[in-house]
Design a protein around this ligand. Structure first.
Ligand SMILES: N[C@@H](CCC(=O)NCCCC(=O)O)C(=O)O
Length: 256
């Protein structure tokens, strides 16, 4: 439970960015609620949804209201030109507006030492913003498994538990969750080279990086390739992740 919140204290505000499409290329509203719920219920913060489709001019104004930044997942792939590669998945949607907005807000948030949480695409964005790159087709790499969901199953199955990840010993995540945790898996891309200042927090059995942090940065940074926002109420490990992020935002709000 949060320890630094006093009764009637103003709750920290967490800026959330969203993409335009869900994983099937449909407009995103339906998925928005699942990202917000754990911010309200477990981080004990106030979510504030900001648009990524009106350019970057107002980013500093948005951040003036923020105690943390939360980058959601989205069905689109990041434009590989942003990490110096040709696009190997032209059949997949892209979201240039979100790429531009989120890369800019990550840099601005880092400057302000705001806590950052990135989920799935959000984690990939943190990596690309810091100069890292991605496997564009994890499923086509000989040494890696296929981490995509089966689109022919129900949504509950697609977001259901899929495999374990091994947490790096000696990290704060290991202290929080122990040796391993079981996660869902709905991504075709994944981190190849890590961005500057980032380090792995967890790997899948095939070696793919599943969680990252930024120990050389002053603020809390967490990226997870899985979806802890899916039915968080039923998953004690996911609850702990959102509580930890909430604590970091609360500490920032209190100037700690
Ligand atoms: N395009 C990337 C990102 C995958 C991702 O973020 N999926 C989210 C699905 C919808 C949601 O639940 O938010 C990839 O495939 O690696």
């Amino acid at each position: 439970m949060p320890t630094t919140q006093t009764k009637n204290a103003k709750k920290p505000t967490i800026l959330m960015t969203m993409g335009r499409q869900d994983r099937n290329g449909h407009p995103y509203q339906v998925m928005t609620h699942k990202y917000m719920l754990p911010i309200v219920e477990f981080a004990n913060c106030t979510p504030l949804l900001v648009p990524s489709c009106f350019g970057i001019d107002d980013i500093e104004q948005y951040l003036d209201m923020a105690d943390g930044v939360y980058l959601s997942g989205a069905g689109s792939n990041i434009d590989p030109a942003l990490y110096g590669q040709e696009n190997l998945t032209p059949e997949k949607t892209q979201d240039v507006d979100r790429d531009n907005f989120d890369i800019a807000i990550i840099h601005a948030a880092l400057k302000r030492k705001l806590p950052l949480l990135g989920v799935c695409r959000g984690m990939q964005e943190i990596n690309v913003a810091l100069g890292g790159d991605l496997h564009q087709k994890v499923y086509a790499e000989d040494h890696l498994d296929d981490h995509r969901e089966d689109p022919n199953t129900s949504v509950d199955e697609q977001y259901g538990p899929r495999h374990t990840v091994n947490i790096v010993p000696g990290t704060w995540l290991h202290t929080l969750l122990g040796d391993s945790t079981t996660i869902n898996s709905l991504h075709g891309q994944g981190i190849d080279t890590l961005g500057k200042g980032l380090e792995p927090l967890a790997h899948a059995d095939d070696g793919l990086i599943e969680a990252i942090h930024g120990p050389s940065f002053e603020q809390f940074i967490l990226g997870v390739q899985w979806h802890p926002e899916w039915q968080t109420r039923d998953n004690p490990d996911s609850i702990k992740l959102f509580q930890t992020f909430g604590e970091a935002c609360r500490a920032h709000a209190l100037g700690k």
